[in-house]
Design a protein around this ligand. Structure first.
Ligand code: HEM
Length: 511
């Protein structure tokens, strides 16, 4: 048979199959009546394409604005933006397992809590550490004092650095702060990192490389092979063999800590997560496997590092752009009693309403860890009138639910007053649409620790500095601060340069 005939047959076959797929998707598929872009009904590659350009999260929020609360984002994949459906898929009684996307987060061949898919297995495993993370355990001097010490160190470092150059990259400082904090909580005082103190430590290099890892990781989840090829090619072009190696370096660093703790058990101090896990048992009464402990420790660093660093960056960015709110927060904090370190006391900071409103508003506008929180529909059933077959992937778009116009007036505007002035019913409606730490059964375990870290450093900075935008900065603009659709919503420019003026008279806000 001639080559042209074979090619003709292949082309005809391909076209017939494609036509069949289009006809099925538009006329016969169980998803055919779910609103959404037509291309998404036919192929999953349209959403994957958005993912490759790191705009999946924003695109899905836009589709919600156009199509409503339920959007078909790919054949067999649905996104929600309403409270009722969010409760159903994430709620404790819903029994919706996590999707296979979470297999991407296996470590040392183990499945730490974050990527356990099965509902019952998650519930069982969570018992090991649930109490450890609760506010009653975290909000104790043994945990809070190291945080305050790190706040003081960051403030002193900022004072030294901004005397030389008043414009600094806030992400640099927030990264050091969150790494030292989470490693202290996880490994304890004997094994934690000291990146704030040690300018030449290995961990600083890992943190610096991490930003690029976050940006390129979406590609690993789509095609590990293409990622590998691009990584080699880009490393060669940049003449940087370590390009995108931060993840492996952190994995090795973590295992070294675990092995060090095995060789010298006195380094495992009470109150650390490592101590908690080292003493925990499997349901059969056996000690936990070392590889699982290592995976859980590393998972905590992943969960806690970039999220906290970026929450601080966006909160400071918003306060720098809204000086009137910054002054109000400062006035509120200066009225609080102080501790020996000269900073407002912890209870006062945690209860300060304007600081809380500003932080909440930043997390509403710039949600982190909002990449893919997919769950699997366990049995065919209706979700607010939309029937979804078993196996459908369902998730809530955090960005879309955080911007519901009937709940959040001027949804795209930074308005902390909405949290301060709302009546009870409005506040309740806003709370139910506010999920920066996830929702329900898989709510962030580190929430209490994260909020303490964020509020303590914000409070320290605002009482000792006036923070403002640098009009001459070309690297930090409205455009560069837009969030990318990475797992943790990294700003496009991977940095946030702001001017820090040290206050000589904080009461008057004079620098
Ligand atoms: C601003 C900071 C943080 C944000 C925005 C955040 C957000 C989230 C979100 C949205 C989830 C749910 C993910 C899902 O449903 O798939 C989550 C889970 C989790 N987070 Fe956080 N997180 C933060 C800080 C932390 C910290 C500091 C820790 C550790 C101390 C931590 C530990 C965890 C863990 C262990 C899980 C898994 C919970 C489970 O599956 O049961 N997070 N986080």
């Amino acid at each position: 048979m001639a080559l042209s005939t074979i090619l003709g047959i292949l082309l005809a076959g391909f076209l017939t199959l494609s036509a069949g797929q289009v006809i099925y998707a538009l006329l016969l598929s169980p998803y055919r009546n779910i609103p959404g872009p037509r291309l998404c009904k036919i192929t999953r590659y349209w959403t994957i394409y958005q993912d490759l350009w790191l705009r999946r999260v924003r695109k899905i929020a836009e589709w919600h604005e156009e199509y409503g609360d339920v959007v078909l984002i790919a054949p067999g994949e649905v996104s929600f933006s309403s409270v009722a459906q969010t409760k159903e898929i994430y709620g404790c009684s819903g029994r919706h397992p996590k999707s296979s996307y979470f297999d991407n987060f296996l470590m040392y061949g183990q499945r730490p809590i974050f990527c356990i898919r099965n509902v019952a297995e998650h519930r069982q495993t969570c018992k090991r550490t649930f109490a450890f993370y609760q506010p009653s355990s975290i909000y104790k001097p043994a945990t809070l004092q190291p945080l305050r010490t790190n706040v003081r160190k960051i403030l002193d470092q900022l004072k030294r650095d901004t005397q030389i150059q008043p414009t600094v990259d806030t992400m640099f400082y927030s990264n050091l702060y969150s790494f030292d904090n989470i490693t202290r909580l996880a490994y304890g005082s004997e094994l934690c990192a000291h990146t704030i103190d040690d300018a030449y430590c290995e961990e600083r290099g890992i943190l610096n490389g991490w930003k690029e890892v976050e940006v390129w990781n979406n590609l690993i989840y789509i095609s590990p092979t293409v990622h590998r090829i691009l990584r080699t090619a880009l490393g060669w072009m940049k003449n940087d063999p370590a390009f995108l190696s931060a993840e492996e370096r952190l994995t090795d660093w973590n295992m070294e800590k675990i092995m060090s703790s095995k060789q010298n058990p006195s380094k495992v101090v009470a109150g650390s997560l490592l101590h908690q896990l080292s003493n925990a048992k499997t349901p059969d009464g056996e000690p936990l496997p070392t590889s699982w402990i290592a995976a859980e420790m590393l998972d905590n660093i992943y969960a806690a590092q970039t999220t906290v660093a970026l929450a601080l960056v966006f909160a400071l960015w918003d306060l720098a752009r809204n000086p009137e709110w910054q002054s109000q927060v400062r006035a509120e904090l200066l009225a609080l009693p102080t501790d020996d370190d000269g900073l407002p006391n912890f209870d006062g900071i945690m209860a300060a309403p304007t600081l809380d409103a500003c932080y909440r508003e930043s997390s509403r506008l710039h949600p982190l860890s909002s990449g893919k929180a997919e769950r699997v529909v366990p049995t065919t059933k209706a979700y607010n009138g939309v029937v979804l077959p078993a196996g459908t992937l369902a998730s809530t778009s955090t960005l879309a639910i955080h911007h519901r116009p009937e709940v959040f007036t001027d949804p795209h505007v930074y308005r902390p007053d909405r949290w301060l002035e709302a009546d009870e019913a409005t506040l309740q409606a806003m709370e139910s649409c506010y999920m920066p730490f996830g929702y329900g059964a898989r709510l962030c375990l580190g929430k209490a620790f994260a909020v303490a870290e964020i509020k303590l450093l914000l409070a320290g900075i605002i009482v000792e500095f006036s923070v403002r935008r640098d009009p001459l900065s070309t690297t930090t603009t409205e455009w560069s601060m837009q969030q990318l659709g990475t797992q943790n919503g990294m700003p496009r420019g991977r940095m946030c340069e702001l001017i820090f003026d040290q206050l000589t008279d904080p009461v008057k806000g004079v620098s």
